[in-house]
Design a protein around this ligand. Structure first.
Ligand code: AMP
Length: 142
């Protein structure tokens, strides 16, 4: 499969549709999942156009996992989460619904979380949670 430049995360990266951002740098964007499987469900995506992990360059893959760690630390700290689940789906057969590689950061257990991409959350509530994550990223970089 080829990369679809009109997938929803490509549109978010181009600023064509909004997101509730928690972190951004030259290679990475992190934002709140609009259908969180638990409060604080956050996505981290590379800016490189890649459908799955199999398509991502080694450089982008190395950067991405470092930024997943940075944002996961902030989610854990900002939301006082006892545990954090990370997951990442590659291909429709694996359940991937948005064809631009991303990591999911989920406070608590993936095993007992809500169903995947099922219930939209109130944007005000997402923003309230995002502000705590942002504050923790800033604190970590001090
Ligand atoms: P996956 O099935 O692994 O590709 O996950 C895609 C994730 O993107 C799901 O958890 C969706 O809830 C989430 N999602 C879909 N559209 C948006 C959007 N516009 N902004 C934020 N998250 C989204």
């Amino acid at each position: 499969m080829t990369y679809d430049n009109d997938n929803i995360f490509a549109k978010i990266l181009r600023g064509e549709i909004p997101c509730i951002k928690v972190y951004e740098d030259e290679q990475t964007l992190a934002f709140m999942d609009i259908m969180p499987q638990a409060p604080g469900h956050t996505l981290v995506i590379p800016k490189e156009a890649a459908l799955t992990i199999h398509d991502l360059s080694d450089d982008a893959a190395a950067n991405l996992i470092n930024k997943v760690k940075l944002v996961a630390n902030a989610v854990k700290k900002g939301l006082n989460a006892d545990g954090i689940s990370l997951f990442q789906l590659n291909g429709k057969a694996a359940g991937q619904t948005v064809p631009h590689i991303h990591f999911h950061i989920l406070p608590g257990s993936y095993l007992t979380a809500k169903a995947h991409a099922s219930v939209s959350s109130d944007p005000t509530e997402l923003e309230r949670i995002a502000s705590k994550i942002r504050a923790s990223i800033e604190l970590d970089s001090n």
